[in-house]
Design a protein around this ligand. Structure first.
Ligand code: AKG
Ligand code: FE2
Length: 295
């Protein structure tokens, strides 16, 4: 019998299904610190004193501030937020080790990207339609195939600080264009009445402390109940071997602040190297990258 080592199985499952759930990414010694940092950031966001947020009514960037009810805190590593625990965790060996494994790369390829937090709105329920993060809903089958064919150079993840069942995915859909039936369920800007009407859909449940890593071009959607507490760390990391393939998807969130010396100073040596790779990518595309999806 051939015994496949665990890391390989993880990577295989990620490659085949487009997502994988793993426990223990937050060491017990960091859990309380992250939860407290999250609570402070959420409070500021809901009070309106943290301006970088995802608002009810806007599914994708650019977000505005028209609605005070928020479903996300943007840029949690921003030096103005003053919560160093976030960058410490994002650049930690625990996180980097899993990302290296899933991407099959080395530390020297890791590119710092997004780090946001997804939270429950408090006034309204909200939901995101079925989508792929960087493929438009009206893409032709050929355009979809082409986009999915190059989407190997980064990974996205949700790490739950409280139990979280908001996300739905269609396993395996990161590799293949939508079927005509799946296309019907993902062609408008409307969120679904019932996400489970999508052929192949499953609901993803992560317990506090668990992480779901996913290919952000897997077909997915999410529902947000104002009655269900959510504080889920939501991040991406890239692989420099992809060049600027992820530029639009990442830079559409507005990452100029990451070029500041003030931010750089909050990072350790590994973090600075990861940041340097992002800045290099940012400089290589110089200019307006547009938006992946329309609201
Ligand atoms: O809420 C989630 O877990 C998913 C969010 C999402 O799909 C997005 O921001 O594009
Ligand atoms: Fe998404």
């Amino acid at each position: 019998m051939v015994v496949v080592p665990l890391p390989t199985r993880l990577r295989q499952q990620y490659a085949e299904q487009g997502f994988v759930i793993i426990p223990g990414l937050i060491p017990p010694s960091s859990f309380a610190e992250l939860q407290q940092a999250a609570e402070r950031a959420i409070e500021r966001t809901r009070k309106g004193s943290w301006p970088h947020r995802r608002v009810v009514g806007k599914q994708f960037p650019p977000y505005d501030s028209a609605n005070p009810d928020s479903w996300g805190v943007q840029h949690v590593m921003h030096p103005d937020l003053g919560e160093k625990a976030f960058a410490r965790w994002y650049t930690s060996e625990e996180v980097r080790a899993v990302v290296r494994e899933l991407l099959g790369c080395e530390d020297e390829n890791l590119q710092m990207e997004l780090f946001n937090m997804l939270i429950n709105p408090t006034e309204h329920d909200f939901a995101l339609r079925w989508h792929r993060d960087d493929v438009k809903e009206n893409a032709t089958e050929e355009e979809e195939r082409e986009a999915l064919g190059i989407w190997h150079y980064g990974v996205q993840w949700n790490t739950a600080l409280y139990d979280d069942s908001c996300l739905y995915v269609v396993p395996g859909s990161h590799k293949t264009p939508r079927t005509p039936e799946q296309r019907k369920h993902s062609s408008t800007s409307e969120a679904p009445k019932d996400p489970m009407d999508m052929p192949g859909a499953i609901q993803v449940t992560i317990k506090a402390g668990e992480t779901v890593f996913y290919n952000s071009n897997i077909l997915h959607c999410a529902t947000y109940s104002r009655a269900q507490q959510r504080a889920t760390l939501h991040a991406t990391m890239g692989d420099t071997r992809g060049g600027a393939t992820r530029a639009r998807n990442i830079l559409q969130h507005g990452l100029d602040w990451m070029k500041s010396e003030q931010f750089r100073e909050t990072l350790d040596e590994k973090g600075r190297a990861m940041l340097g790779r992002l800045v290099k990518m940012q400089d290589s595309v110089n200019g307006d990258v547009g938006y992946s999806l329309a609201n």
